[in-house]
Write a protein that binds this ligand. Sequence first.
Ligand SMILES: Nc1ncnc2c1ncn2[C@@H]1O[C@H](COP(=O)(O)OP(=O)(O)OP(=O)(O)O)[C@@H](O)[C@H]1O
Ligand SMILES: [Mg+2]
Length: 367
Amino acid sequence: MSDIEKTEFRLPDGTRPGQGAGRPADAPLVPDRQPADGDVETTLRPRSLEEFIGQPKVRNQLDLVLTGARKRGVAPDHVLLSGPPGLGKTTMAMIIAQELGSSLRMTSGPALERAGDLAAMLSNLMEGDVLFIDEIHRMARPAEEMLYMAMEDFRIDVIVGKGPGATSIPLELAPFTLVAATTRSGMLTGPLRDRFGFTAQMEFYDTADLTRVVTRAARILGVTADADAAAEIASRSRGTPRIANRLLRRVRDFAEVHGDGHIDLESARAALVVFDVDSMGLDRIDRAVLDALIRGHGGGPVGLNTLAVAVGEEPATIEEVCEPYLVRAGMIARTGRGRVATVAAWRHLGLTPPEGTPGVEPGSLTG
Ligand SMILES: Nc1ncnc2c1ncn2[C@@H]1O[C@H](COP(=O)(O)OP(=O)(O)OP(=O)(O)O)[C@@H](O)[C@H]1O
Ligand SMILES: [Mg+2]
């Protein structure tokens, strides 16, 4: 691979390490290399609201919330980011801290098993810090109850000791902003949800926005892609930037192995066939769900657990990862008695839907 020597590491803003505008002169230099696939997600994260593609509603709303708070010189209200995986919740949390010029402390629901875990996090916060709790729906109950008071009054009660001798010591906290992310906002308790001043509902991206995501990522990764190829990758990314970025990397692999590395429509299509991404962007699990629903159960209704067993995945995976997109794409409908395949799903598998199947013709669906 003769072009390896020529490749150089570039920061997301297109500058080389050490050359960025705001970069301190003594910042460590990153060696000249292509980022490993694992680091790529970090490399590709937009760093500001301005750079963040798509989600115009959320972006405008957040801009108002942040600008308002900045003008008043106070920490903004707590923010809940909700939506399916890979739509940019973590990215947005980082951007919020960045836009506020605050430091970001990160933790996640599963790490907060005891109230003490949360107390340790909270008592270390400085004024104006942003605390990011990912997967907040998985936080343990005692920690959640402590969080109520922390969010509302910037105060917690720390219990010291056990049994009759236990005492509760009130502890003042520095005013902070909680940014929480969840793929399951329905699992949050009412009292917790009510304490967020602003809830941002992240939606699936349309193909035009995803095309911009792919084009931007290609530029950062130093690959060239034709406009129609970028659009093809985008249209098969299940409305999800993380998937768009991943498909781009797989198509790049293909283009490097089978050609000179340039991505055109033909190589994009051929690569997507190799990697099992179908014309609608459905992956193996999505198709297995449709298959179980239609070939296994005549189109449904089928309960979530039955479906999960048939596919060999956890019910939560089906519910949080597959279903949101299949519902949004009009392929399945949720009913009181379970999941039902629509006309579009039957046709997607190349089958004729029986009389009375719900749903519209696939041609009238918009991605
Ligand atoms: N608006 C966007 N513009 C460009 N790239 C984006 C955008 N949103 C997300 N991405 C890319 O998608 C990847 C996934 O985003 P992120 O990690 O923020 O998703 P998430 O919603 O936190 O997912 P999860 O629920 O799995 O934690 C990021 O690495 C980023 O590069
Ligand atoms: Mg995340």
